[in-house]
Design a protein around this ligand. Structure first.
Ligand SMILES: *Cc1c(COP(=O)(O)O)cnc(C)c1O
Length: 233
């Protein structure tokens, strides 16, 4: 019997799904606890549509114009969920507030205020995550752990934003113990945040190279680009 031909993209997408399934099984977590964010930055709308047709709904974008072109091209897919995961310039907040369902890289009060003001009244509140510089590297975006609580309290006063949790990009290292420590510190930080902000249910961490480790260390959302869509130019 001849098997139906499967595209490379569908095959790599299904491999990533299997890795998440297996990682959940091995750590005794229900698969439903770990969401997959497909990071489609720099990749065309046709590729987004192809894995949308496989059931994928959440997509991550870093570059505003690139993202807006795709959002425009795919407006008929009304249940698609766009996450902004790049650095945010203050003169670019309006299109983000108008076109995305999530912002995962919030770290400045001014940006939070602007997103709150510019979120259209007819849309539900924008879901936001606070980006944490969990490795403490000097060049890296994100708040220090000890700054998170106050920033969370500020976000809680903004009616058009809903704080959903925390996001990090850990150190680029092969040292698994170091990574595991940073993931665990994020988990503790989320737990302490939940005392005052119980709606915080999201820990966004884990990328192509460290998906399994992140699942083991309590991630609720992995952000996968390369292993689904291939290397970026
Ligand atoms: C590009 C990017 C990813 C995806 O990384 P891959 O290594 O391609 O899986 C995840 N998170 C953020 C914030 C990114 O910018």
């Amino acid at each position: 019997m001849q098997l139906p031909r499967m595209s490379t993209l569908v095959a790599t997408y299904q491999q990533v799904q299997s890795r998440i399934h297996r990682a959940c099984e091995q750590t005794g977590r229900p698969r439903s606890e770990v969401k997959l964010l497909a990071v489609s930055k720099t990749k065309p709308a046709t590729m987004v549509k192809e894995i949308y047709d496989q059931g994928q709904r959440s997509f991550g974008e870093n570059y505003l114009q690139d993202a807006l072109d795709k959002i425009e091209a795919l407006t008929e897919l009304t249940d698609i969920e766009w996450h902004f995961i790049g650095p945010i310039q203050s003169n670019k907040t309006r299109p983000i507030a108008e076109n995305f369902q999530w912002v995962e890289t919030l770290e400045r009060e001014k940006i939070a205020q602007r997103l709150n003001e510019q979120r259209p009244a007819e849309l539900p509140p924008l879901n936001v995550l606070i980006q944490v510089n969990i490795s403490g590297e000097a060049q890296k975006s994100g708040l220090k752990s000890e700054e998170v609580a106050d920033f969370a309290d500020l976000i809680a006063t903004l009616p058009n934003l809903t704080l959903r949790g925390l996001m990090c990009i850990p150190e680029a290292t092969e040292d698994e113990q170091k990574l595991a420590q940073q993931f665990d510190n994020m988990h503790k930080l989320l737990q302490s945040l939940q005392n005052k902000h119980p709606q915080c249910d999201t820990l966004s961490m884990g990328m192509s190279a460290d998906l399994e480790l992140a699942v083991k260390h309590h991630t609720t959302q992995v952000r996968i680009g390369t292993d689904i869509f291939g290397a970026r130019a």
